[in-house]
Write a protein that binds this ligand. Sequence first.
Ligand code: FES
Ligand code: FE2
Length: 382
Amino acid sequence: MQRDNIIEIIEELAQVIPPAPSAMTLPPRCYSDAAWLERERELIFQDSWVTVGRKERWQKTGDFVALDIAGVPTVMIRDKSGAVRAYANSCRHRGMKLLQGQGRCKVVVCPFHGWTYDLEGALISAPRMETCEQLDTERLGLVEFRLETHDGFVFVCMDPDQVSLEEWLGDFSDLHAPWMLEKLVSTRVREFEVGCNWKSFIEVFNEYYHLPYVHPDSITGYYREPDAADIVIGEYTTQFGVTDGTAALLEDSRQHALPAAPGLTGRNATGTRYTWIYPNLTFAACFDSLWMYQAYPVTVDRCHVVQTICFPQASLEMPNFEARAEAYCQRIDTALEEDLPFLEAQQQGLASPFARQGRFSALEPSVANFACWYADKMSTSE
Ligand code: FES
Ligand SMILES: [Fe+2]
């Protein structure tokens, strides 16, 4: 039965055909079928370059962040040489999850029976294992994944055969060069869970269609009609739109506006670029700040979200920066709070056996582009 479902969903995915104006939306069961999530784990999250955060989260030796990447406990740790490494967060003794949350450590000690690994992943101590025959500690180091950093974002890939991150991102760096993403500094990181599918969470940040309905009194007023989505090479989609003043502050806190990032000129200094690096990172590059979201599936109807807010270094040095940054955080949190009930209600609607595929408006080109990318990845025959 489950297999029949999957075949049916793949047939529906055949309707998600580029170009975006002729595509149908993703089949509702892609957002609600638990067996389908298993398929996503394998074909999306264990196959792609997945974003795990901004590089500033690993500033000192031993800094770590643990994240479950679609059911794969993973931990990123800064080693003694200053490189960040990604490991399967599973002890080599009997599988215990080694680290939780974030923090700093000198070595990684398993809380279950004390096996200890250095920051480079080698097993350096295994208490009371003397009677174990031919214990080859060299072969009991942590399982390591590929990790690369680009434009200040850290990515992990579990597939040794996937193309390089450089190739994955295509012309991303050229197109985003004016925003000097590498040089931004993150000042606040928050993690939380939301009762919706991970794709819905990212989709809502990449479309202008909902603004007057969901944000009528907060942010909709300063967004102008956006440009078409850019034609790009690489595993991402992006769309620029002019705004009246910064899009990163509420109307009544514009007195806190920070200047445009040094070097940003012309139209780029008058709007916001919304970008989605597939599968799970989206950010809004405003001329004065950037906010980003990483989303990871917990269950088919629940996701874990990491929210990060960044500013150019020059702004951090301005008078009253903290108070001004607080106003930026308020804008982002206000819009998020407005989106959440809609995302949860959308999840309920999508879970209905009578939910059907729909069509995209011209204000959702990035969502449509993602749908086409996703349909292609998920239609691979088993
Ligand atoms: S599971 Fe880690 S030491 Fe036993
Ligand atoms: Fe929104």
